[in-house]
Design a protein around this ligand. Structure first.
Ligand code: C2E
Ligand code: CA
Ligand code: CA
Length: 279
């Protein structure tokens, strides 16, 4: 067992060295990715639970590296956050999503807000409000067309500062959603103080529908809590009819998930829309 322990240690050591190296490599590649047009946005519609009508579209980043292939945002966003690159990547995401929204406005399709994910570290940057204001002006879309998704992680930061920033964003006229609701540093206190519009029930809870009574109880409570506070409640990661029916029975407002739509390129989403129109 001594031998085993030693091997285990060596394995960890190797793995760590390797992952640091991997991370450095990815960081360098990510610097280039912006210039080389390797980043892409996909869009995933959110639908009304009862009617199935599209009520919003979330922008999700994709990175295609010519040698490595597709790299998941779950992998590179944390690296971008650590290295500060998230500021540039985040600005690119905001601008690209708003441009896409403008294109849809001009074409008279997908007349719903576009949701963009914002990292904590984009809040550190004092100019986030000005940046968003500028991008809205530059792309010519209305602030109400933009929905900002933040996770509870932002409440780890200086809360005075976060509250002020969210209030300023709200004053601009954008809406604010809490992503992955209930999975991180939750303190229900912020629901009282922040100018929120929406909560998104995390996929982790939705997974439990039909097989975990506790997940079901938590979801029910979240929906009641959200609605009592006048917030819109969206459930994420809905893949089955059973999950949809549970959420419908419990009066969840909206659904996002593979059951209805997967994230797809803007062009592909447009094609689906025009097929639906001609039906
Ligand atoms: P998220 O914001 O919670 O996004 C939802 C994730 O769930 C997306 O993964 C989406 O593709 C996936 N998803 C949606 N419906 C289903 C479903 O029915 N089943 C399953 N299994 N998955 C579903 P994705 O695109 O890989 O993004 C992962 C995370 O990366 C996002 O989680 C978000 O935290 C982050 N991310 C993505 N794009 C951006 C971005 O532009 N900026 C920032 N800061 N973070 C981003
Ligand atoms: Ca999100
Ligand atoms: Ca989420």
């Amino acid at each position: 067992s001594k031998e085993l322990g030693k091997n285990k240690y060596q394995f960890c050591d190797y793995f760590m060295k390797n992952s640091v190296y991997e991370e450095m490599k990815l960081t360098n590649y990510l610097y280039q990715a912006l210039d080389r047009d390797e980043l892409i946005l996909c869009y995933q519609p959110q639908v009304n639970t009862i009617t199935g009508e599209i009520i919003g579209v979330e922008a999700l980043i994709r990175w295609y590296h010519p040698q490595i292939g597709f790299i998941s945002p779950k992998h590179f966003i944390p690296i971008a956050e650590k290295t500060g690159l998230i500021v540039a990547v985040g600005e690119w995401v905001l601008r690209t999503a708003c441009r896409q929204k403008k294109e849809w406005l001009d074409k008279g399709i997908l007349d719903v807000p576009i949701a963009v994910n914002l990292s904590v570290n984009q809040f550190v940057n004092n100019s986030i409000v000005i940046q968003i204001e500028n991008i809205l002006n530059e792309t010519g879309i209305n602030p109400s067309h933009l929905d900002i998704e933040v996770t509870e992680r932002i409440f780890m930061k200086d809360s005075e500062y976060v509250i002020r920033t969210l209030e300023q964003l709200k004053c601009l006229g954008v809406t604010i959603s809490i992503d992955d609701f209930g999975t991180e540093y939750s303190s229900l206190n912020y629901l009282k103080t922040l100018p929120l519009d929406k909560i998104k029930i995390a996929m982790e809870f939705v997974r439990g529908i039909g097989n975990n009574e506790k997940d079901e109880a938590i979801i029910k409570a979240m929906i009641i809590l959200g609605k009592s506070l006048g917030l819109e409640v969206i459930a994420e990661g809905v893949e089955t009819k059973e999950q949809l029916e549970f959420l419908e029975d419990n009066l969840c407002d909206g659904i996002q998930g593979y059951y209805f739509y997967r994230p797809m390129l803007g062009d592909d989403l447009e094609k689906i829309m025009s097929v639906n129109d001609s039906e």
